[in-house]
Write a protein that binds this ligand. Structure first.
Ligand SMILES: Nc1ncnc2c1ncn2[C@@H]1O[C@H](COP(=O)(O)OP(=O)(O)OP(=O)(O)O)[C@@H](O)[C@H]1O
Ligand SMILES: [Mg+2]
Length: 259
């Protein structure tokens, strides 16, 4: 065999071997309790497996968005419905900033220590908040299920692409009034303050606005509830002002809501 051909065969073998090697580290990585795709650790995969077994979901299509503290997956339910899985990361979560939205809320007086438990508690808190609003008839995403760090809800959007939020949409006066109505309904009907109410966390749909991302929402008994309400009103008012709309004085809106 000429040296040339021998070298070609050698190269081919090396390439094939390194391909195999790469594959093996992927499969093995899972066994060693490593995080797959930065999101799914072994416990989370087992939760997804349980959700499939208990027929809450049929299968997972894939990741839609991956953030620092959570990732959003698109899944399909047994009835072919589109579902969103918000998976809170247990490895990289930084919960220092979040404790202020837990401590002081009468619903969460016994807080277990440890990052994982805090993440589970936060996910459960978001589920409870969404459920409460949903039961009160407020326009929020429909909650389906909570299991540790995996929150299942209806998917808002098409073909795995989330609906545009207010920031990504054209907005008008009606959107402004709907936003204020949601804040007011949260306060009076669900007895909650969203605490992260902004153009990022509201979908604009054909059937009006839909609120999501309710992890931070606090009970009205929370000592900061009133300040957080003021902040929510200010934030959304600023957004509509930036879009060129004339808005009511936020202080007047606040006074009217708490009356
Ligand atoms: N039910 C849903 N259906 C479709 N898309 C969703 C749904 N919930 C969330 N998303 C998409 O996932 C993104 C992140 O969700 P969310 O706002 O709840 O998390 P977050 O904690 O703010 O995460 P991040 O800080 O990474 O934005 C949203 O901007 C939205 O595009
Ligand atoms: Mg958000």
């Amino acid at each position: 065999m000429s040296n040339n051909i021998e070298k070609k065969i050698q190269d081919k073998i090396s390439t094939e071997l390194s391909k195999k090697q790469r594959k093996r580290t992927l499969d093995d990585g899972f066994k060693k309790n490593k995080v797959v795709n930065e999101v799914l650790d072994k416990t989370t995969v087992l939760i997804l497996y349980d959700l499939i077994k208990s027929k809450i979901i049929s299968y997972v299509n894939g990741v839609v968005k991956s953030g620092k503290e959570s990732a959003l997956f698109w899944a399909v339910g047994p009835d072919e419905s589109n579902l969103a899985l918000k998976i809170y990361l247990t490895s990289t979560s930084n919960f220092k900033n979040r404790s202020q939205y837990l401590i002081g809320d009468p619903r969460f007086q016994r807080i277990k220590k440890g990052t994982k438990n805090l993440v589970y508690l936060w996910a459960r808190k978001e589920f409870q908040n969404i459920s409460k609003c949903y039961d009160c008839g407020i326009n929020v995403v429909k909650p389906i299920h909570i299991s540790k760090n995996v929150l299942v809800m209806e998917f808002i959007g098409h073909n795995g692409k989330p609906q545009k939020n207010l920031l990504e949409s054209e907005v008008n006066e009606d959107d402004y009034h709907q936003s204020l109505k949601i804040i007011s309904d949260l306060f009076h009907k669900a007895k909650l303050v969203h605490a992260d109410f902004s153009e990022y966390n509201i979908f604009k749909t054909e059937n009006g606005l839909k609120l999501f991302d309710l992890g931070s929402a606090v009970d009205l008994e929370h000592p900061q509830a009133i300040d957080l309400l003021k902040r929510d009103i200010n934030n959304i008012s600023n957004f509509f002002v930036k879009r060129g709309l004339t808005v009511e004085n936020p202080v007047d809106v606040f006074e009217r809501i708490i009356k």
